[in-house]
Design a protein around this ligand. Structure first.
Ligand code: GLU
Length: 444
């Protein structure tokens, strides 16, 4: 029997989730849920200096906000014994060796190789060190780094997005898995976790393709099969420009702050870069159902954050007044007006934040716009405007009476009245607006 589908999202807690790593989280989540499997949140925190609790909390908050619930959390910092056991295993198998070159020496070697048009691959000179030489180097420089000795053969796999991949291990340096100061590096920890936690599918960015090649060999050396891999393309800006520098401002917490709604973000990110159309979904089950990793393409994916706002607007239109009751209450909209206020505004906003301005206009009255030629007409019309509160019939009754008395009709009648009451040429149905108006400045 095939093992149950298990995926993981494995952020390093060195920053907040942004749209780039959201793609990774979402794809892994959707695969697990679609198969009725397990979705693990794995915190890759073997770097004690750069990992921060504040980011762990932030990552969880962001996933929660989106409704991407995990089945369990694993922390690499709590699994160091397992990584050391794997390191011992690799040593025993002759696949792990200590190397002492300084970064400067390595850099020099690389430059020489490049000058001679050779690939800048680590030359394995550490393999030739005698025990006495290693002892001397250790005394002089401290412990060395531990490198995994790759088998110099082609590493191949069928990638869920990129298709058939074949990488010549001879073109890759033996990866460092443990630093000189003893810190376990991501590659070793990840390989151990993916095998011990029964991860069946790994989706991550295409910047990890070479890592995958080496990880496949390490897993094999440790006696394990490897999971299925899929590498999604990198996101670019709308013109194809690199997004990497802007990812900082495309953090989920900032988008949330700007009023983007979870389902707008999920609907876009679950389909962007695939052959499936981006459509607003308001139900996780629909997103899960329609998701297929094989529909994604290898080409860079253009992302424009402005697309999130119309989607957010469309999402808001699906909400009932009960769904926004808290927001309206905070805004100070009286309970009796909540329903009509929401009915008027929900089709005219892209974010809930825009409701502030709408309510301010109804509560305080809009600055009237009265054109020179309309001054007398507006004065006459205002004199006929009944006392507040208005109701849904006020607009019809009033404009009929104004028409009767002034002889104005059509646009010449309605446009100046709307401008005088709302300060705007266009907007929602005036019949629905009238009952919301608390102050009419144009009354003079
Ligand atoms: N912590 C790694 C990263 O954020 C995880 C990569 C992976 O999914 O294996 O890049």
């Amino acid at each position: 029997m095939a093992s149950p589908t298990t995926t993981r999202f494995a952020p390093s807690p060195t920053g907040y989730i942004h749209v780039g790593n959201l793609r990774t989280a979402l794809m892994n989540y959707l695969i697990a849920r679609k198969a009725g499997g397990t979705f693990i949140l794995r915190i890759d925190d073997t770097d004690p200096e750069r990992s921060k609790e504040e980011y762990v909390d932030g990552i969880k908050r962001d996933l929660d906000w989106l409704g991407l619930h995990w089945d369990r959390v694993e922390r690499q910092s709590e699994r160091l014994d397992q990584y050391h056991a794997a390191a011992d295993d690799l040593r025993a198998k002759g696949r792990f060796y200590e190397a002492f070159e300084t970064p400067t020496e390595l850099d020099l070697k690389r430059k020489k190789q490049l000058n001679m048009s050779q690939p800048p691959v680590y030359d394995r000179s550490a393999l030739n060190l005698s025990d006495a030489e290693k002892e001397a180097l250790r005394a002089e420089r401290g412990d060395g780094v531990w490198r995994f000795k790759l088998d110099r053969e082609r590493i191949e796999w069928k990638d869920g997005i990129l298709g058939d991949i074949s990488i010549d291990a001879a073109s890759v340096s033996d990866p460092v898995l443990i630093r000189g100061d003893g810190q376990i590096l991501y590659t070793l920890a990840s390989v151990v976790d993916d095998t011990e936690m029964g991860v069946t599918h790994v989706v991550r960015g295409s910047d990890h393709v070479t890592n995958t090649a080496t990880q496949i060999q390490i897993m094999k050396a440790l006696g394990h099969d490897h999971p299925a891999f899929a590498h999604h393309s990198l996101l670019t800006g709308p013109q194809g420009e690199a997004l990497s520098k802007r990812l900082g401002v495309l953090a989920l917490r900032d988008l949330r702050e700007q009023g983007v709604q979870p389902f707008a973000l999920l609907s876009l990110m679950a389909r962007l870069g695939s052959s499936d159309p981006v459509e607003l979904r308001t139900d996780m089950a629909e997103l899960i159902d329609g998701f297929d990793i094989n529909h994604f393409g290898a080409a860079p994916t253009k992302f424009d954050e402005r697309d999130l706002f119309p989607l957010t607007g469309r999402y808001l239109q699906t909400l009932d007044v009960a769904d926004v009751a808290e927001t309206l209450d905070k805004l100070g909209v009286p309970a009796a007006l909540a329903e009509p206020f929401w009915a008027v505004t929900r089709e005219n906003i892209e974010t809930l934040g825009e409701l502030d301005a709408w309510w301010a206009m109804f509560r305080d009255g809009a600055e009237p716009v009265i054109e020179e030629d309309d001054k007398a007409f507006i004065a006459e019309a205002m004199a006929m405007l009944p006392e507040m509160p208005f109701d849904a019939s006020t607009w019809g009754t009033w404009t009929a009476a104004v028409k009767e008395q002034t002889g104005r009709k059509g646009r010449g009648l309605f446009r100046p009245l709307r401008l005088a009451l709302t300060g705007q040429e266009h907007g929602p149905e005036m019949a629905a607006v009238m009952p919301l108006l608390q102050v009419i400045k144009a009354r003079g």
